[in-house]
Ligand binder design. Structure first.
Ligand code: IPT
Length: 977
C-alpha cells in the first residue's frame, strides 16, 4: 500500500548552507512566508534563476576536488509538507494530499520512500531526525512507524546541491538538485511479504520454465502461495525452507521479440502481491552472450532521463513514446546511462520487449583529470557505500526480465571497490553478467566493453591483439574468452553520426563482437529564453562560469523528442531484417533474436523519374530467426528511363509498437535505362539574344544570374563552405585515451578539427575575380578564380551557359589550384531566391537528408515537402538538408513561377533548400540567433564531406572524405508555366 506525498510542498531557498534556517525541521515553525513548490521537481528549474540555476559539466567537477568536502556556496532547499493522518478524534475529509489514508494504523510498519533526491536529503518527521537519503537516482526507504501520529504530521527534507555524494555522481549531464522523483508512505502489513524474487529462467532445450523463488517475510506471513494462472500453477510454501526451484512446465520464453509476461500472484497471511514475470535465461558462454540459448546481437542506445522543461522527470507518455520510437527504429537494447531509471521505465521495457543494461548510479570521471588520485572507486573509505549503491540497484529491479546485464556505473577509473561491487553482484545474482567499461583488464567483469573505438581498434579487440586499446599486460589473452560490446559508439551530436555502417558490418562479422549502443537517445537542451526568444539552452546559457558548452546536445532526438535525420540512418543500419539485392534476386536474412518473419509483408516496388510504375506483394516463405533465403525478383520491363527497384519489408498487422505498414527494412537497386534504337539527337544550343539564357537573365558585367523566370535572384557563387557540424568542429578531448588510440591508428583525431583546418585555409572567405566573360552567340562563358586572402590556393571556375529547348543549360567546372592540405566541406553552387518560395518537390534522394557516410535511411524516389521542413532544426545550427543524387527539382511558392532544376547526369548533384545560408548557420550558436531569413538559399553540390563521429570518436573514414578535386556540375534551369 503506497500513499503518495507528491504535490505542493512548502519551500525555502538558501544560496549557502549557512544561510539555511536552523529551525526548518521544527514542527511549529511558522512557514507561511515559504513558497509553494511541486514535488517532484528540480528546484533550479522551477522558477528560472530565483532558486539557483542548472549547471552543465561533462567530465570536470563544478566544485573543487576536495572529497568529501564541498563549498559553502551550496544551494540548499528546505522542503516542508504538512499532512493529516486520520485519527479517532480527527475528521480528515478533503485533506490533502489525495484521499485520507484511512487504514494507516492497521499497518505494522510504515516506510517513507524516496525514489530520487539530488544530491542528498536530510529527513525529519515531526521534529525528529529520520535519516539521510543518499544516492540521487537510487531508492531509499526509511522506517517512520514510530514517528507518525494521527492528525497533523510535519515532514521536512533538507536538500543540498553538493554533498560527498557529488564525488560519485559526476555523470555527463546537468546538475539538477531537488526531490525529483516521487515520495510516498508505504504501509507494511503484519504477515506481509517484505521482498520477493521470482527468478524465472527458461531452458531452451526443453522449452520449460523454471523459477527460483526467494521470499523475505516474517514468521507470521507463512504459508505463502504462489499462483500463475496462465500456467495452471499453484504451490503453497509453509516456510522459507520450502522455497526450492520450481519446474513450471512448458512456457513461452520472454525476449525482445516476444515479450511474453505471465502474471504471478503471491499471497501471504497479510497481503497479496501481483507481479509480472518473464522466463528468460542469460549466460555468457565463451564469446557469446546467450539469451535463451541464442546469441544476442545488441542494437542499442544509451538513454538518460531527460525532459526539456522538467529535467530528469519524464512523463509516462514521453517514456512510452521513447520506447515505441526505439522499437520502431530497430533497437533491441537500452543502457540506462548512467543510473537506474524511473522504475516504471522497466515495466514498459518488460512489456514492449527491450533488453536493458541497467546501470548503477556511479561516476567519478573528474578524478581522471587529476590522474585518478583520490578516486572513490579505489579508496577503502568508500567501499561500503559503493557496494550499497550496487545492492540497492540490484534489489530494486531484480524481478524485471528486461534487465539482462548489471552495470557497475560509468567512467570511474578502476579500483578495488568496483571489484567488490562486482563480487557482491555475482554472489547475489549469478544469473546476469556484470558490465563495467572501465575494467579494461577484464579482472572483475564478464563482458569486454569499450567506447568509441575506430573500426581498426574493434578488429584488434576481436583478434585479441595487443594495441593501444588492449595494452594492459596480460590483457590481450583475456580478450578472446568473452563477448565484446561497445557500450557507447557513434556519437549522435548535431548532424551525425556518420559511419554507422562500418560498425554494423563488423558487429555482423567479427568473432566475439556482439554489438553496441549509440550515444545517445536525446539532446539535453533545457527550454529557456535566449536573446528574448524561446530556445533550448546548453552549457553556458545559465550563467555558469565553468561548463562544457554544447556537449550535452548529442542525441538522436531533439530535447522535445523529434527524431533527427540520424534516427533514420540508425534504423536502416540496425534493422534485423537484412535485405541484399541485385536486379534479379533479393537475399533476405532474418537476424531477429527469436521471431520469424510471419508478421512481415514483402513488397517489390518499381519507381522511375516519373513516379511509381509497378508494385506487387512478394511470395516470401516464413523465415526463421537466423535463416536466410533468396527470392527471385520479377523482371522489370526494359525502359528508356532509369528504374529503381525496391524491396520493402513492412508489418502486416498492428504490433504493440507500430501500426500495420510500418517499414522494417528496405533495399533498392538502380536499373540503368536501355538505350533506345534511335537515340534522339542532342538538341543544338539556341542563339542567345543578349544575356537572356532560356528563363535565366545574366548580368552583362558580372556574368551572374540576376533573374530566373522574371524572379530576381542573387548571390550566385561557387562555394566550398558548409556550416561546420558538431563533428566537424570538435576534437575528442586530449585527455581521452581513445583519442590517443585513434591518433596512433593514423586517423588524425588529435589533430585540429576539420572546421579549424577549413577556416585556416580560408574556405569560409573565398573572394572571387572575374577572369573572363565571353559571349559566343550561342554560349556564354564565365571564368572566375576564387581564393582566400593570402591564399595561393583556390578554385578556378568555368561556367558555361547555353539555351537548350527553352531551358538554361549550365555546366560548371570547378578545378582546384595550388596546394590544399585539408579536405573540403562541400563543393557546389549557391543561389539566393526570393523568400516567397515555400515548397519543393523533387525526384532524387529522400525523404530525409543524407551524406556520404550516412545514406542508408534514404532512397531514390519522388518526394515533396515544405521548404521549412527540408532542413533539420539542430539545436546548435549547422550544416543540414543535403539530399544527393538529384534528378529533378521544382521550387514553388504562392504567386511565383515554379522554378525547375534538372540534371541528366551522369553525376547528379545534391541539393539543399534553406532559409539561412552556410555563413548564417555558422555564425549562430542557437536557433534564436539566426535572425531574419534573407530568402531561400539553393545549393547544388557536386559533393559533400562525410559526417564521421569525431565530436567523440573517429573522424570521417578516408573513403568518405572530400579532398580537393576537379568536379563538374551539369544543370538545366527551367520554369513550369
Ligand atoms: C562518454 C561518457 O560515458 C558519456 O557519459 C558521454 O559523456 C559521452 O562520452 C560523450 O557524450 S566518456 C568520453 C570521455 C568518451
Amino acid at each position: 500500500m503506497c500513499w503518495s506525498l507528491d504535490g505542493t510542498w512548502r519551500f525555502h531557498f538558501s544560496p549557502t548552507t549557512s544561510a539555511a534556517p536552523a529551525d526548518a525541521a521544527e514542527v511549529d515553525l511558522d512557514d507561511s512566508g515559504w513558497e509553494p513548490i511541486q514535488v517532484p521537481s528540480h528546484f533550479v528549474l522551477t522558477d528560472d534563476s530565483r532558486w539557483g540555476r542548472p549547471i552543465y559539466t561533462n567530465v570536470k567537477f563544478p566544485i573543487p576536488l576536495d572529497p568529501p568536502h564541498v563549498p559553502d556556496a551550496n544551494l540548499t532547499g528546505d522542503y516542508r509538507l504538512e499532512f493529516e493522518l486520520p485519527g479517532a478524534e480527527t475528521t480528515t475529509e478533503g485533506i490533502r494530499p489525495g484521499e485520507p489514508w484511512q487504514g494507516w494504523r492497521d499497518f505494522q510498519r510504515v516506510l517513507l520512500r524516496f525514489d530520487g533526491v539530488e544530491s542528498i536529503g536530510l529527513v525529519h518527521l515531526n521534529g525528529k531526525r529520520v535519516g539521510v537519503v543518499r544516492g540521487s537516482r537510487l531508492r531509499t526507504e526509511l522506517d517512520v512507524t514510530d514517528l507518525l501520529r494521527p492528525g497533523r504530521n510535519l515532514l521536512h527534507v533538507r536538500v543540498h546541491q553538493w554533498s560527498a555524494m557529488t564525488y560519485v555522481e559526476d555523470q555527463d549531464q546537468w546538475w539538477l538538485p531537488g526531490i525529483f522523483r516521487s515520495v510516498c508512505l508505504i504501509g507494511r502489513p503484519a504477515g506481509g511479504i517484505d521482498d520477493f524474487w521470482l527468478d524465472a529462467g527458461y531452458d531452451h532445450r526443453t522449452g520449460r520454465g523454471r523459477i527460483v523463488p526467494e521470499i523475505t517475510a516474517a514468521d507470521d506471513a507463512w504459508p505463502i502461495t504462489l499462483r500463475i494462472d496462465d500456467l495452471h500453477f499453484e504451490q503453497t510454501f509453509a516456510s522459507a525452507d520450502e522455497l526450492l526451484p520450481l519446474d513450471l512446465g512448458e512456457v513461452v520464453a520472454w525476449d525482445c521479440d516476444t515479450p511474453r509476461l505471465y502474471t504471478a500472484t503471491l499471497a501471504s497471511n497479510g497481503e497479496t502481491i501481483e507481479a509480472k514475470i518473464g522466463f528468460r535465461t542469460v549466460r555468457v558462454v565463451g564469446r557469446e552472450l546467450l539469451v535463451n540459448g541464442r546469441p544476442l546481437r545488441m542494437r542499442g542506445v544509451n538513454r538518460h532521463e531527460f525532459d526539456p522543461d522538467k529535467g530528469r522527470i519524464v512523463s509516462e507518455e514521453r517514456l512510452r513514446a521513447d520506447l515505441m520510437m526505439m522499437k520502431q527504429h530497430g533497437m533491441n537494447t537500452v543502457r540506462t546511462s548512467h543510473y537506474p531509471p524511473h522504475p516504471r521505465f522497466l515495466d514498459s521495457c518488460d512489456e514492449l520487449g527491450l533488453f536493458v543494461v541497467l546501470e548503477n548510479d556511479l561516476e567519478t570521471h573528474g578524478f581522471e583529470l587529476a590522474g585518478w588520485v583520490g578516486n572513490p572507486t579505489d579508496d577503502p573509505t568508500w567501499t561500503d557505500h559503493l557496494v550499497d549503491r550496487m545492492r540497492r540497484t540490484v534489489e530494486r529491479d531484480k524481478n524485471h526480465p528486461s534487465v539482462i546485464i548489471w552495470s557497475l556505473g560509468n567512467e570511474s577509473g578502476t579500483g578495488a571497490n568496483l571489484a567488490a561491487m562486482s563480487a557482491w553482484t555475482h554472489r547475489r545474482d549469478p544469473g546476469r553478467p556484470v558490465h563495467y567499461e572501465g575494467d579494461h583488464a577484464g579482472r572483475y567483469t564478464d563482458i569486454l566493453s569499450r567506447m568509441y573505438p575506430p573500426l581498426e581498434g574493434l578488429e584488434d579487440l576481436s583478434d585479441g591483439l595487443g594495441s593501444a586499446l588492449t595494452d594492459i599486460p596480460g590483457q590481450a589473452a583475456r580478450q578472446t574468452d568473452r563477448p565484446i560490446m561497445l557500450c557507447e559508439f557513434v556519437h549522435a551530436m548535431g548532424n551525425g553520426p556518420g559511419g554507422v555502417a562500418g560498425y554494423e558490418h563488423l558487429f555482423d562479422t567479427l568473432p566475439g563482437v556482439i554489438g553496441g549502443l549509440v550515444w545517445e537517445w536525446r539532446d539535453h537542451g533545457l527550454r529557456t529564453t535566449i536573446n528574448g526568444q524561446p530556445d533550448f539552452g546548453y552549457g553556458g546559457d545559465f550563467g555558469e562560469v565553468f561548463h562544457d558548452a554544447t556537449f550535452v546536445i548529442d542525441g538522436l532526438t531533439t530535447p522535445d523528442g523529434h527524431p533527427s535525420p540520424a534516427m533514420a540512418e540508425v534504423a536502416a543500419q540496425f534493422t534485423p531484417i537484412r535485405l541484399e539485392m541485385d536486379q534479379e534476386v533479393v537475399f533476405i536474412r532474418n537476424l531477429r533474436h527469436s521471431a520469424d518473419t510471419s508478421d512481415l509483408v514483402f513488397t517489390v516496388v518499381v519507381d522511375g523519374p516519373d513516379g511509381e510504375v509497378g508494385r506487387e506483394e512478394m511470395d516470401v516463405p516464413v523465415i526463421e530467426s537466423g535463416d536466410e533465403i533468396a527470392v527471385v525478383l520479377p523482371s522489370v520491363a526494359p525502359s528508356a528511363h532509369e528504374r529503381w527497384l525496391s524491396v520493402v519489408a513492412s508489418l502486416g498487422d498492428d504490433s504493440a509498437w507500430a501500426p500495420a505498414g510500418h517499414v522494417v527494412a528496405r533495399a533498392q537497386v538502380i536499373i540503368e535505362p536501355t538505350h533506345g534504337p534511335a537515340a534522339t539527337p542532342r538538341p543544338r544550343p539556341a542563339h542567345l539574344d543578349g544575356w537572356q539564357v532560356g528563363p535565366v537573365t545574366l548580368d552583362p558585367v558580372t556574368g551572374r544570374p540576376s533573374s530566373w523566370a522574371g524572379v530576381p535572384v542573387s548571390e550566385s557563387d561557387t562555394t566550398l563552405w558548409r556550416a561546420p557540424t558538431s563533428n566537424d568542429s570538435l576534437r575528442t578531448f586530449g585527455s581521452y585515451e581513445l583519442a590517443d588510440v585513434v591518433a596512433t591508428r593514423g586517423l588524425g583525431v588529435d589533430a585540429p578539427s576539420s572546421a579549424e583546418r577549413w577556416r585556416d585555409a580560408g574556405l569560409d572567405r573565398l573572394v572571387s575575380r572575374l577572369v573572363e566573360l565571353r559571349h559566343d552567340g550561342d554560349r556564354i562563358t564565365v571564368r572566375r578564380r576564387q581564393a582566400p586572402a593570402q591564399g595561393t590556393w583556390g578554385v578556378e571556375v568555368i561556367e558555361q551557359w547555353t539555351e537548350l529547348e527553352g531551358q538554361a543549360a549550365l555546366g560548371i567546372d570547378i578545378v582546384p589550384f595550388g596546394r590544399f592540405d585539408c579536405t573540403w566541406p562541400r563543393v557546389g553552387w549557391h543561389l539566393l531566391l526570393p523568400g516567397g518560395y515555400s515548397e519543393a518537390s523533387w525526384v532524387g534522394t529522400g525523404p530525409g537528408e543524407a551524406y556520404p557516410d550516412s545514406d542508408a535511411g534514404v532512397w531514390l524516389g519522388s518526394f515533396s515537402a515544405d521548404i521549412d521542413d527540408l532542413c533539420f532544426g539542430y539545436i546548435v545550427p549547422q550544416e543540414t538538408g543535403h539530399r544527393p543524387n538529384l534528378r529533378r527539382l521544382a521550387i514553388s511558392g504562392a504567386g511565383l513561377p515554379t522554378l525547375q532544376v534538372s540534371s541528366s547526369g551522369p553525376h547528379h548533384p545534391g541539393f539543399t533548400l534553406a532559409r539561412h545560408d552556410a555563413h548564417e548557420l555558422d555564425a549562430a550558436s542557437h536557433c534564436s540567433e539566426l535572425g531574419t531569413s534573407r530568402g531561400v538559399h539553393l545549393y547544388l553540390d557536386a559533393a559533400q564531406h562525410g559526417l564521421g563521429s569525431r565530436s567523440c570518436g573517429p573522424d570521417v573514414r578516408p573513403e568518405f572524405q572530400l579532398w580537393a578535386k576537379a568536379v563538374r556540375i551539369d544543370l538545366q534551369l527551367g520554369v513550369m508555366r
